[in-house]
Design a protein around this ligand. Structure first.
Ligand code: ADP
Length: 609
């Protein structure tokens, strides 16, 4: 393919021409290439055929010339023969005729010519090699035949024609026989049969023709071509040939309807036609033209095959090109997709980074808020504990004042007993005073522990009975004063996971509420009961015999600042903070009414869970 076409195709593929244009372009390209290859191959094949035809023509001419020349001398030799000349000098001598007949017969047989005969000056056959055969020439006049008239006129003649007696074609070579007195005595004619030559051509598969000066084919490898001119004859030639009966009764129809010089021709061949290229060689001395027809079917087949191969190559090239283009397009779209993907990933990543940063900020903010909330809750719980302490401060006062009064009594009585010298009683008093101070120290230590700030993180196994006992201890004075009957049914193995001070704060809150509720009750009972709740929890019920919680208040008792107590007696934070603490431990706090008063139920995870 030319570089121009390649460059054009490259430009087309680069621009991404539509598929239909591609298809048309390639179809045109394939057609052009196929036609070009067909033309070039056909021309090359024709040239080769032409060359071969020219070579065959040289050989054919040599063979034809050899066949003609082989006996060319014979009429001349016979014209000098004394017996022949003697016979023509004395035409009525039978012995002379018989001798010449025998001579001509012997020579014809020895040289393998069709016939040898002797014409007198009037063209009448006087002697012939076939004198004894049914179609003998003897006695027949050939005065009208051109080989006689020409020999009379010029001394020698060559003429190809169909024998009027035998109807067999042949080359007639005539030679004038001079008379003894120097004039013209007759003509010796040798007829050469060239049928064998035609047979040889046919057997060799060669298409050879020989035409005379008028263009009429008289020798041909194909019988159908014989006695027909290549081109239509002139009227003069037609009349002349027919007058001389040169080619018998042949109608002299032209072989070709149209003559294309140098091109291929179509000739009738057998039952059909054959196409071929014609090369010719003129044989001016004989007035003949030798034609060689070289078949072009094989060349045509070759050209078709070559063009087919070119077409296939073009298509293959087209397919390769299309595949390459598709691949390029796919790569381009893949790259575009990759770039889009990368851009989107970058965008998403940036979005995610922003969202992440925002989220981190929000988490930090939330953590800060949670920490602040936790701190506030801790503060609140601590404040609630202090408030609870405030609520029971009278009882605590009483709890401390009582031993202090006892201490004062022991001191004054001890000084009296000391003056009396009753050291034994003083000793006993001192012992009891020590116990009283220990009790005061114990109460203060308990208060200190209770009032200290705690966090939810110090969780540990806490015995429920111990926590309840600690709360009861803080309320001991009030329970005593208000004559509350307390029962505590908490098994020693009831241990929960909690922060001990906060758990004591919850139980204390529940007990204070119970004592408050029972203030006006005729019977005051406070029952603490603990039991196993499922496998992993303990339930502690604080039941009183107070007023209970009205239906109307029930939904609000855990709300912050909900209180039914008089101002200064309650802040309404006890149950809400207790609930908060218990939830923190992973447990729950619920309020209900029992048979007599309220029942507050605390559920906490068991320490071993
Ligand atoms: P406060 O004790 O300061 O009022 P609490 O949150 O501890 O705040 O209690 C809220 C309210 O729930 C109480 O005012 C009371 O009306 C009711 N309450 C709590 N415990 C009992 C109880 N054992 N018997 C009757 N009412 C109770």
């Amino acid at each position: 393919m030319s570089p121009v076409v390649t460059a054009a195709l490259r430009r087309i593929t680069r621009r991404g021409t539509p598929l239909a244009a591609w298809g048309w372009g390639l179809a045109v390209l394939t057609l052009v290439a196929t036609a070009a290859v067909f033309g070039v191959t056909l021309e090359a094949g024709h040239e080769q055929v032409r060359r071969a035809a020219r070579q065959r023509l040289v050989i054919g001419e040599a063979v034809l010339r050899a066949a003609v020349e082989r006996y060319g001398y014979l009429p001349g030799v016979l014209a000098l023969d004394t017996e022949v000349r003697g016979l023509l000098g004395n035409l009525d001598a039978p012995a002379g005729i018989a001798a010449v007949n025998a001579k001509l017969e012997a020579i014809a047989e020895a040289s393998d010519v069709a016939a040898i005969y002797l014409l007198d000056r009037d063209g009448l056959t006087r002697s012939a090699s076939n004198w004894d055969q049914p179609l003998s020439f003897v006695g027949t006049s050939y005065a009208y035949r051109p080989y006689f008239t020409e020999a009379v006129a010029t001394g020698a003649s060559r003429y190809f024609g169909i024998g009027t007696t035998t109807n067999r074609p042949g080359l007639f070579i005539g030679k004038a026989v001079p008379a003894r007195d120097g004039g013209f005595a007759g003509v010796v004619v040798v007829k050469i049969d060239l049928e064998g030559l035609q047979r040889e051509w046919r057997q060799a598969g060669e298409h050879v023709l020989v035409s005379d000066a008028a263009g009429v084919v008289f020798l041909a490898s194909e019988p159908a071509w014989k006695y027909r001119p290549f081109r239509p004859l002139t009227q003069v030639d037609t009349a002349r040939i027919q007058a001389a009966r040169q080619y018998g009764d042949s109608d002299l129809r032209p072989l070709l309807s149209e003559w294309i010089d140098g091109g291929t021709i179509e000739l009738p061949c057998g039952d059909g036609t054959m196409s071929g290229i014609v090369e010719r060689a003129a044989m001016p001395d004989l007035g003949w033209t030798l034609w060689y027809v070289a078949e072009t079917d094989a060349t045509l087949r070759q050209a078709l095959l070559a063009s087919l191969a070119a077409g296939i190559a073009c298509l293959a090239f087209a397919f390769a090109l299309a595949a390459a283009s598709q691949r390029r397009q796919r790569l381009r779209s893949e790259q575009a997709m990759r770039l889009t993907l990368e851009r989107r990933v970058a965008e998403r990543t940036s979005d995610l980074s922003t969202a992440n940063a925002r989220l981190r900020g929000e988490i930090a903010e939330r953590e800060r808020a949670t920490a602040a909330l936790r701190a506030t809750q801790d503060e609140l719980i601590h404040a609630g504990r202090l408030a609870a302490l405030g609520q029971i401060s009278t009882a605590i006062n009483h709890e401390i004042n009582q031993p202090l009064a006892a201490l004062r009594t022991f001191l004054s009585s001890s000084s009296v007993f000391l003056e009396r010298g009753d050291t034994a009683t003083v000793g006993r008093n001192l012992k009891r005073m020590t116990e009283v101070t220990q009790r005061i120290a114990e109460i203060i230590r308990h208060l200190k522990v209770f009032a200290r700030k705690t966090g939810p993180e110090h969780w540990e196994p806490v015995r429920l009975d111990a926590a309840a006992a600690a709360a009861l201890d803080l309320l001991a004075a009030r329970i005593r004063v208000e004559a509350v009957q307390v029962t505590c049914a908490i098994p020693p193995e009831a241990t929960v996971r909690a922060e001990p001070v906060r758990l004591e704060q919850v139980i204390l809150n529940l007990m204070v509420n119970a004592l408050d509720a029972m203030r006006d009750a005729p019977e005051r009972r406070l029952d603490l009961t603990a039991m196993r709740e499922a496998a992993s929890c303990w339930r502690l019920c604080v039941a009183d015999s107070g007023s209970g919680i009205s239906e109307e208040h029930m939904p609000h008792v855990f709300d912050p600042f909900f209180t039914t107590k008089a101002a200064g007696e309650g802040l309404g934070l006890g149950l809400s903070l207790s609930s908060l603490i218990v939830r923190d431990f992973g447990g729950s706090l619920a309020a209900a009414n029992g048979a007599r008063g309220a029942v507050l139920t605390l559920v906490l995870p068991a320490a071993e869970a």
